[in-house]
Design a binder for this molecule. Structure first.
Ligand code: ADP
Ligand code: MG
Length: 257
């Protein structure tokens, strides 16, 4: 069961001025859910995702995956960053093949899996292109195919569509939802975009900054297919904007006092 349990997790980065980035996070992420993590820049979203990836360890508390404490990265948790960092000297096919190659999968298995996921992300016909021939959105598609080809149980995505134009971004959101429907992996999706968080997630965890804390969790009704102008989705967006405004007002008061 590919779920996480985060128990009382805090993260303090060391250095000359140690600061608490995340404070006392308690959160259960269920197997197969699509969880959005939303918050302004600097509130600790990437840190939280890195804790789930095992790229960071908590300063206190614990992160359990599948009921066991996380000690580091693992093949069952695929990470997709804003910059897909494809190798420029490898074709799209060979970039997506990389993880399978490292695991010494057979040529037949590599061929089948890479083609399956390139088709799934809409890159059929681009197998033999090099990354510099691809648009930003297509590079993200290749990065997603690369993560999926490794067969992870969980996808951890850190603002993956942050650097692509708006219309491409909407298309990538639609496609990601379709992939999630087909594959039913657990997805943890970090964004600072309210409408993206609501459109994609079954739940939206809103973080407040300095230190990062869970401000509120919003449940999104699971109507499919989703429509961006759905009245319930718009109303949840409004609730989130109100909660963000409340965070800002409190900070302002602290500032005055
Ligand atoms: P977000 O992804 O929401 O923008 P981050 O998790 O990247 O937030 O960062 C939250 C805070 O933690 C920021 O103030 C940032 O400077 C600090 N921080 C992040 N990573 C490190 C690190 N490796 N070392 C020191 N400070 C860090
Ligand atoms: Mg970040």
């Amino acid at each position: 069961m590919a779920g996480f349990t985060i128990n009382g997790v805090s993260k303090v980065y060391g250095g000359a001025n140690p600061t608490e980035t995340l404070s006392n996070i308690d959160l259960k992420i269920e197997d197969g859910e699509f969880l959005s993590i939303l918050g302004p820049s600097g509130c600790g979203k990437s840190t939280l995702l890195e804790l789930l990836a095992g790229l960071q360890l908590p300063s206190s508390g614990e992160v359990l995956f599948d009921g066991k404490p996380l000690r580091g990265p693992g093949i069952e948790r695929g990470v997709v960053f804003q910059d897909p960092s494809l190798y420029p000297w490898r074709t799209v096919f060979r970039n997506v093949e990389l993880g399978l190659e490292l695991r010494r999968a057979t040529k037949a298995e590599r061929q089948e899996r890479v083609q399956k996921y390139l088709d799934m992300v809409g890159l059929t016909g681009f197998e033999h292109k090099y990354p510099h021939h691809l648009s930003g959105g297509m590079k993200q598609r290749a990065g997603l195919a690369r993560a999926l080809a490794n067969g992870p149980e969980v996808l951890l995505m850190d603002e993956p569509f942050g650097a692509v134009d708006h219309l491409t971004r909407l298309q990538l959101q639609d496609d990601l939802l379709n992939i999630w429907e087909a594959e039913r992996k657990t997805v943890v999706f970090v964004t600072h975009d309210v409408s993206e968080a609501v459109f994609l997630g079954n739940r939206v965890v809103l973080l407040s900054p300095r230190p990062g804390r869970i401000k509120q969790i919003f449940h999104v009704p699971n109507k499919r297919p989703r429509k961006r102008d759905d009245i319930e989705l718009v109303s949840i967006q409004n609730d989130i904007y109100a909660a963000i405004h409340d965070v800002k007002t409190q900070e302002h008061l602290e500032y005055i006092i």
